[in-house]
Design a protein around this ligand. Sequence first.
Ligand code: FES
Length: 316
Amino acid sequence: MSNEFLLSLRVRAISEEARGILAYEFVSNDGCPLPAFTAGAHISLVLPDSMRRSYSLTNSQRERHRYVVAVNLDPRSRGGSRYLHERVRVGDILPAVAPSNAFALVENARQSVFIAGGIGITPIRAMIRRLNDLGKHWSLHYCARTPSAAAFTAEFEGDERVRFYFDQAEPADRLDIEGLVGNLPPHAHIYCCGPASMLDAFLAAASRLPAERVHYERFAATEAPSRAGGYTVTLARSGRSLQVPAGRTILQVLQEAGLDPAFSCGQGVCGSCETGVLAGRPDHRDQVLSENERAAGRSMMICCSGCLDDNLVLDL
Ligand code: FES
């Protein structure tokens, strides 16, 4: 079990990066260097009412003095983006879970191809910075509703490795994900971060590629968490058993029992709560594990996944 450690972050600057998108620069409130991160990582901000929201770090992983995230004001906001846009101001202190990475960059790939949709540019921007530091080849296909809704465009404009696509363009000028994926060089790794419709099209197009060359990150859960309950969770290290009733997740049951498991997004997209499974078949509901990892059943995300058997033994 982990004793969760929260960082204390101070908002040093807020800037408007595009219509509806604000960038927040956080520094450590105690002035110490921040925990290191790798490109593609996110932090989870702990907001009032136990809200936690994960945001990709968009600055260079070389920087230890700050974290920069960009937040799109989502009209369907469950509260996180609205709170940040409307309530958080320069100088405010926010607790946060330290960075973790469920969208890691393969640094030794000979070529990396990125597809960014809207705010999905944020982790990809950090990845591109890293590849620039390493002198590696990359290209970016950047889709947005309109030019004014696309963040960080100034730094990409004029770069022949970058192509922009906007929703109002003629169909012939829209991104052909299937064509792009189908014509990838055999050594290229491809990454996608964007809205659900883009991810779905990407995964369909990339289904014939080796899984190790396909990388993606979703913003939000696409499956409801398992709350069926009716099974027992045994914690192998202590031998303690807990009943998971209907309506509760494993994470909630552990927390209510006074335990302190690691978690971050709470919705199956970040990987922070990944837990080893020693017995029992998980009912996987996350967006992190691959099909092969799901089938192997050796780990699960306890924030959202349940159990198909009467007993589940976790490596906790
Ligand atoms: S807390 Fe993010 S996947 Fe479980």
